[in-house]
Write a protein that binds this ligand. Structure first.
Ligand SMILES: Nc1ncnc2c1ncn2[C@@H]1O[C@H](COP(=O)(O)OP(=O)(O)OP(=O)(O)O)[C@@H](O)[C@H]1O
Ligand SMILES: [Mg+2]
Length: 377
């Protein structure tokens, strides 16, 4: 028996199934907060997960089994996250009703708001609050989540195929918000956000970028985009005729050109390596500009819907793909907001047994850690 005894795990393990990696995070209550007692990641075979959807259930099950063998998590109960084009999240206004009444009614109410036939969807909702209209009608604001049933079923099969039990399914974007801002964060106006302001959270991984807007700690808007780290690498591969793996390596080495000085012109001594680096930086810059335009469209859409909110002043950025050098500066300029690079473990303490694995992957840890945080509430 080791020095660090886990005892029985009361909280389910956060399991984040991604394009490049599958990750697991295990939390334990500790004092007033949460302690990360187990963490790990293993590679996902290429093509098994595409844009957040499991396409090869058996390959994913094997990867999860491998993760359980090679990480410090112990237990069988897991919470998984979903995030892809087959999940829609809508903020809707409904006449006020009690929670149990809404549970019965949501199926009939939902179809007007979602593009998926209700009979093919799994529905969930979060009541955000209620209010009175000027005409004295009692209304409520509800965040409606609808996920395509077949997509959820593949995820369930992958988990069960790995010999685990599915305790809960959550939205990956909610998990990311939790990990980036802290669980149950109720931001008071004037504290972090002034009146009329909201906060953005952007998570960049390989196949997907998650964009969320949070008001006073409550997520009110989420969207996924397929412009993410993989697409950045692919752009470099295309322009330099490299393999994807070569392009990945070059991307990480090159980063974005300095936003003030741009790509440095080649001196007379410019060799092939330097030339490649410059071409890579330029390709990356074009791709990142597309990325910024996409994020801006999402945020603008949100701002046109949210009548009380005029600006998104602060954006938390996380995810492995957010580690491109100079990325924050590009986003600050393109989105006219303060961009704060944040990791996935800033709101938990990291126990010695998880230290090495978690710290090496702290930029990529937000979904798994945030999923596990959701199991605490
Ligand atoms: N230092 C770095 N600089 C830039 N990009 C990086 C760096 N390190 C990793 N990345 C990129 O991060 C991406 C991998 O992120 P991650 O492992 O979180 O994806 P994933 O969770 O498996 O996929 P997804 O959630 O999108 O399905 C790759 O595109 C990789 O190139
Ligand atoms: Mg991921």
């Amino acid at each position: 028996m080791g020095i660090f005894s886990l005892g029985s795990s009361v909280m389910p393990i956060g399991l984040d199934i991604g394009t490049d990696h599958v990750r697991a995070a295990q939390l334990k209550p500790s004092g007033a907060g949460l302690s990360l007692v187990g963490y790990g990641l293993v590679n996902m075979p290429m093509g098994s997960v595409v844009e957040g959807e499991i396409v090869d259930v058996d390959a994913v099950s094997s990867a999860i089994r491998e993760l359980w063998r090679h990480s410090s998590v112990h237990g069988k109960d897991v919470i998984i996250g979903v995030s892809n084009q087959k999940v829609v999240v809508r903020l809707i206004d409904l006449p006020f009703m009690e929670r149990d009444e809404l549970e019965g009614a949501i199926q009939y109410q939902a179809q007007d708001y979602i593009p998926i036939p209700v009979e093919d969807a799994i529905l969930d909702f979060h009541i955000i609050g209620d209010y009175m209209t000027p005409a004295d009608e009692h209304m409520m604001e509800v965040l409606l989540v609808a996920a395509q049933r077949d997509m959820i079923e593949s995820a369930v099969q992958a988990v069960e195929g790995a010999g685990l039990r599915l305790a809960q399914i959550d939205l990956t974007s909610f998990a990311i918000v939790r990990a980036a801002l802290g669980a149950g964060t109720a931001i008071l106006p004037g504290e972090e956000e002034e009146a009329g302001e909201a906060t953005g959270v952007i998570h960049i991984s390989s196949g997907l970028t998650n964009i969320a807007v949070v008001e006073r700690g409550v997520p009110r808007f989420t969207r996924v985009s397929s412009i993410a780290g993989g697409q950045f690498s692919q752009a470099i591969a295309n322009v330099l005729n490299l393999t994807f793996d070569e392009a990945e390596e070059l991307k990480i080495r090159a980063g974005l050109p300095d936003i003030e000085t741009g790509t440095q012109p080649l001196g007379p001594e410019g060799d092939l390596g330097t030339q490649q680096l410059q071409v890579a930086q330029d390709a990356l810059e074009r791709e990142v500009n597309k990325f910024i335009a996409e994020v801006r469209r999402s945020l603008d859409y949100y701002l046109t819907q949210a009548t009380q909110i005029r600006t998104i002043r602060k954006i938390y950025m996380t995810g492995s793909g957010a580690q491109l050098s100079n990325m924050a500066a590009y986003l600050e300029k393109g989105l006219q907001a303060e961009v704060v690079l944040t990791d996935g473990v800033s709101h938990v303490t990291v126990a010695p047994g998880a230290q090495q694995a978690a710290m090496a992957d702290r930029m990529g840890a937000a979904p798994a850690v945030g999923l596990a945080m959701g199991g605490a509430t």
